[in-house]
Design a protein around this ligand. Sequence first.
Ligand SMILES: Cc1cc2nc3c(=O)[nH]c(=O)nc-3n(C[C@H](O)[C@H](O)[C@H](O)COP(=O)(O)OP(=O)(O)OC[C@H]3O[C@@H](n4cnc5c(N)ncnc54)[C@H](O)[C@@H]3O)c2cc1C
Length: 306
Amino acid sequence: MKTLLVAEYRDGKLLNSTYELVAFAEKLGAESAMFLVGADSVLPAYNGSLYLADAGKYGEFNPAVHKQLLLDVIAREQPDMVVFAHSSYGWDLAPRISLALNAAHVSEVVDIVDGVPVAPVCNAKLRRQVKSKTNQMVITLQAGAFGLADEPTGTPTVEKIDTDTAPQVEFVGYEEAEAGGVDLSKAEIIVSAGRGIGKPENLEIIRNLAKALKGEYGASRPVVDSEWAEHSRQVGTTGQTVSPKLYVACGISGAIQHLAGMKKSEFVVAINTDKDAPIGEVADVLVVADLKEFIPVLIEKINSLH
Ligand SMILES: Cc1cc2nc3c(=O)[nH]c(=O)nc-3n(C[C@H](O)[C@H](O)[C@H](O)COP(=O)(O)OP(=O)(O)OC[C@H]3O[C@@H](n4cnc5c(N)ncnc54)[C@H](O)[C@@H]3O)c2cc1C
């Protein structure tokens, strides 16, 4: 099995997701080569062939040009799998490559079992293994699903690549997201509200527990999508990635997209009415209780200790 890992470079920096691709190839037990439109001043710590195009010349993203650069490398390397991060770069480029190769495309892969990619389905309530009917396969990896490669080390063998494909668009640059909101990535204690809070008024219970513990409050995506909490509070793939000393998940089932954002927490307490909720698999302590009954008692107990 041979993989071609499509690394990413943004705003003059190599993205960490590059090492998640390496971790994936290691888990698969596959040979790998790497493709990057970046700069030779910022090379990945990687032992293998790196096909490097100059981002200064070809833009940090330019679909037609990057596609051609990549297709040229695929023609040479003949990988069984072309592997992208499930990022805006991967979302855009992976389907173009899969169409050009007439190869199967599996999006948002979260695991690999016996060499077969596993992807979520039904809003991540279920998982499916997807077998390819084509010789080549193009996949994107969900952020955080494969972790980072252990202590990335190594020096790549760099081969510079070029193309004379004309760009169809001009890459103008990045626009900073509006500042504001809370930076949960720095919080040492986070108490997060999930759909299990039932109604927006119950967010107060979560806020009160966060206050009693002198921490911040966070939320799962349904709570944010319902506009019960602002987006800067969202933990997960499409929210913030956090690594507090204590993470308290209240009424959160433990979907993979939520876990991806909080699994680096040192100690996890989950409060859930369902003893079989998947959050129990990552929690150090699972309290099987109705959060509306349990949390007020817990707050009283914590406050009595001060
Ligand atoms: C592309 C994509 C990106 C996503 N990004 C994110 C993301 O960044 N962050 C994120 O969180 N999700 C994300 N999701 C959504 C994710 O798949 C789940 O749907 C979501 O995490 C579920 O949120 P939840 O656990 O709050 O709700 P549910 O899955 O509905 O779970 C609610 C839980 O509350 C429990 N419960 C109910 N009542 C009570 C009670 N009274 N007391 C205690 N427990 C109770 C239930 O037993 C259940 O386990 C994403 C999905 C997709 C497809």
